[in-house]
Design a binder for this molecule. Structure first.
Ligand SMILES: Nc1ncnc2c1ncn2[C@@H]1O[C@H](COP(=O)(O)OP(=O)(O)O)[C@@H](O)[C@H]1O
Ligand SMILES: Nc1ccn([C@@H]2O[C@H](COP(=O)(O)OP(=O)(O)O)[C@@H](O)[C@H]2O)c(=O)n1
Length: 205
C-alpha cells in the first residue's frame, strides 16, 4: 500500500507519516529532506542557491540512505530548500529516487508537497494535512525552542507564509491538494487525534 501525505510547512505531515509507517510496518520517506539535502550541500560548499546546473548535480548525487534529519531540520535549511525546489531539473533528479522508494514491494509512506499529485498519483490513500499559519508557526517555534535554540514566533510566522507562497505558486509541482486527497485540518487536533483520524481513513481502503 502506498500512502501519500502532503501539506504546508509544520502542518504535522511528517509526524503523521512516521506514525502511520510504524503502524503499518512499511518504510517512510520524508521527501522534504531530499530538497533540504540539496540546499545543504550547496550551502556547505559555499555555492549559490540559484544555479540550476549545480543544484541538479547535487540532487543527482544524493544518497537517500544518508539523510541526516538532525542537521537538515534547521529552520534556515527549510527556506533554502524551497528555493532549490522551484527548479525543474532538481525536481526531476529527485523524482526518480522518490518513485523508486514508493514502489518498493510492500509499499511505503511518503510525505512532502507533491506526493499525491506528481510522485505517486496512483497512491492507495492520499492525505492533505493542513493547519492555520499561526498554529503551524507556533508548533515550529516550540519545536525549535525545544531543541534549545532561539526562535521568534513573528519571524517564523513570516517565514512560513513566504514559504507557503513560494511552494504554492511555483510552476512545477506546486503545493496543492490532489483532487482525491482526504483533507485533514489539524489546527484543533493533537498528534494522537490526528493519527486516529488518519488511521480511520486508511482502514476504509
Ligand atoms: N496535531 C499536532 N498537534 C500539535 N503539535 C503537532 C501536531 N502535529 C505535529 N506537531 C508538532 O509540530 C511540529 C511540526 O510537525 P512536523 O510533523 O515536523 O510537520 P511537517 O512535517 O508538516 O513540517 C513538531 O514539533 C510536531 O511534534
Ligand atoms: N515533495 C516535496 C517536499 C518538499 N519540498 C520543498 O522542500 C521544502 C522543505 O520541505 P519540508 O517538508 O522539509 O519542510 P517542513 O514542512 O518540514 O517545514 C518545502 O518548503 C518545499 O519547497 C517540495 O518542493 N516537494
Amino acid at each position: 500500500m502506498i500512502i501519500a501525505i502532503d501539506g504546508p510547512a509544520a502542518s504535522g505531515k511528517g509526524t503523521l507519516a512516521r506514525r502511520l509507517a510504524e503502524h503499518l510496518n512499511v518504510p517512510h520517506l520524508d521527501t522534504g529532506l531530499t530538497f533540504r539535502a540539496v540546499a545543504h550541500a550547496l550551502l556547505t560548499a559555499g555555492k549559490p542557491l540559484d544555479d540550476e546546473a549545480l543544484a541538479e548535480k547535487a540532487a543527482l548525487s544524493l544518497d537517500l540512505g544518508s539523510l541526516d534529519r538532525v542537521i537538515l531540520s534547521a529552520h534556515a535549511i527549510g527556506e533554502a530548500a524551497s528555493k532549490v525546489a522551484v527548479m525543474p531539473k532538481v525536481r526531476s533528479a529527485l523524482l526518480e529516487a522518490q518513485r523508486l522508494f514508493a514502489n518498493q514491494p510492500g509499499g511505503a509512506v511518503l510525505d512532502g508537497r507533491d506526493i499525491g499529485t506528481v510522485v505517486c498519483p496512483d497512491a492507495d490513500v492520499k492525505l492533505y494535512v493542513t493547519a492555520s499559519a499561526e498554529v503551524r508557526a507556533k508548533r515550529r517555534t516550540d519545536e525549535i525552542l525545544g531543541r534549545g535554540e532561539a526562535a521568534d514566533f513573528d519571524q517564523i510566522l513570516a517565514d512560513v507564509k513566504i514559504r507557503d507562497d513560494r511552494d504554492s505558486n511555483r510552476a512545477v509541482a506546486p503545493l496543492v491538494p490532489a483532487q482525491d486527497a482526504h483533507l485533514l485540518d489539524t489546527s484543533k487536533l493533537d498528534i494522537e487525534s490526528a493519527f486516529q483520524q488518519a488511521v480511520s481513513i486508511v482502514e476504509k481502503v
